[in-house]
Design a protein around this ligand. Sequence first.
Ligand code: AKB
Length: 313
Amino acid sequence: MQKSILIIGACGQIGTELTLALREKHGNDNVVASDIREGGEDLMSSGPFELLDATDYKAIENVVMHYEIEEVYLMAAMLSATAEKFPMRAWDLNMGSLFNVLNLAKDKKINKIFWPSSIAVFGPNTPKENTPQNTIMEPSTVYGISKQSGERWCSYYHSKYGVDVRSLRYPGLISWKTQPGGGTTDYAVEIYHKALEDKAYTCFLSEDTKLPMMFMDDAIRATVSIMETEAENIKERSSYNLAAMSFTPTEIAASIQKQIPEFKIDYNVDFRQEIADSWPQSIDASTAEKDWGWKAEFDLEKTTETMLKNLAN
Ligand code: AKB
């Protein structure tokens, strides 16, 4: 069924691929991309685009009215590493933009919202392996605090005002079309670029830092799938745990070496190590599996093959 969709933050790592996937599914003209800056050629030329500041309620409302938007995907956010440098700016962007779309839905100007949460909602006191859907959440990062608060607000707007908001706790995302920016898991994308360019990579996390990760195709499938699920099956109105694979820098390097034997990794750990150390090592996604049928398709080997093949072209 065709519907009118707005993506805020469409030029970022997830937004770019999500926009292209939704245009494919719902028709180019029905999916309006927006961002504070212009994006790649594919995105700009394939459908409508608006320059839009996610913290400007009036500007978002104008776009929503103009295009008769029904669904909003809010992908604009400041990620974990940058947020540690600019705590107030991160809070203002991450929370202000969320309130803007929640209030549009509360006032019945849009019907449905997707908002991304993150494994960053968990903290140093959370069980690290197979982290459950509901457990201790004491995030120790600015980004994690904003995502955990956001989850509480989503749940509140759903129960008090009936807002249909859906959310996923994304792990680190690996993609070849658009690079991430400002995250702690970014190393798992940079490493493929450097493997092809220099046959060497200096990693800012230590060799045995294990983190939950996911290939972008799986993340997009999960996002489309949770948005297409019947409302009564969405039991978690905070956010769903989501999982595909977990690995360390040593393990991703070994998977690259199977294809580029001369590839070398060394380490120069920085402030991002402390962020990574506060996060889970693996995630239990059984609630998402049960409620709306989540199943990952990409493991580390398939991710490495796909990344190297596409980046080499
Ligand atoms: C980050 O590293 O900040 C993000 C995330 C895990 O949410 N990729």
